[in-house]
Ligand binder design. Structure first.
Ligand SMILES: Cc1ncc(CN)c(N)n1
Length: 223
């Protein structure tokens, strides 16, 4: 069992609340309301900006060139790949770059992203990568599972681009290397007495992912 599996096994309810959330189930069934998906897309744009900052923090927190390069690869994957795909996906859903720029962060976006940034600022690189793990590795698990469940019907599925992106080879490889790097870091920096604190961090990040889905199902009115 690698450290990622150990973290999941220590937080089964939090993990299930995230990867089996109603938003995910309804996206897979194709019954997710389009408005909920648009709300999610806008908040995810703002989320990705903050997550790029978290990877920049990981570069700063790195103590070896290998750790700094791994963090730089994560930063580049967001800024140069995921963000571009995301902006194109938003355009196909009627959201222009101006719409995205004008949007403001919802409470759930602030809560999750600043929680991760704080975990990294207050802790070391392992704390930061544990807080990031549900994000990067969880989406690969969700994308792969949905693509398997939908099968050939994916070609005409309403959410095919999103599912295809996270089930696709490029994202799957990114998640595999993030998982390997987390294992390497843990082998160097994790003592058994530290594990319960890391498991708490992982569980909280997983719950905040679940809240992020929920936020799109229950958008607040104007204020
Ligand atoms: C909220 C959230 N979590 C994870 C991912 C995948 N990087 C994302 N785009 N958005």
């Amino acid at each position: 069992m690698d450290v990622f599996d150990r973290l999941k096994a220590a937080a089964p309810d939090a993990w299930a609340s995230y990867v089996e959330h109603d938003f995910v189930r309804r996206m897979g069934e194709g019954s997710l309301p389009e408005e909920a998906f648009r709300t999610y897309l806008v908040q995810d744009y703002l989320f990705l900006i903050q997550f790029a900052r978290a990877y920049a923090l990981a570069v700063y927190k790195g103590r070896s060139l290998a750790d700094m390069r791994a963090a730089q690869a994560g930063l580049s994957a967001i800024l140069d790949v995921e963000m571009g795909l995301h902006v194109r996906l938003c355009a196909r859903w009627g959201l222009s770059p101006d719409d995205l720029e004008a949007a403001t962060e919802e409470t759930g976006t602030v809560a999750y992203t600043r929680f991760v940034l704080d975990a990294g600022a207050a802790g070391d690189l392992l704390d930061l990568h544990v807080a990031l793990a549900p994000c990067v590795i969880g989406y690969a698990e969700i994308g792969r599972r949905l693509a398997e469940e939908i099968g050939p019907g994916l070609a005409t599925h309403p959410y095919r681009e999103w599912i295809g992106e996270y089930a696709g080879e490029a994202y799957q490889e990114l998640a595999t290397s993030a998982r390997r790097h987390l294992g390497d870091l843990a082998a160097r920096a994790m003592t058994e007495s530290r594990f319960p604190d890391l498991a708490r961090l992982f569980a909280q990040a997983s719950r905040l992912e679940a809240d992020f889905w929920q936020m799109a199902l229950d958008p607040r009115g104007p204020r």
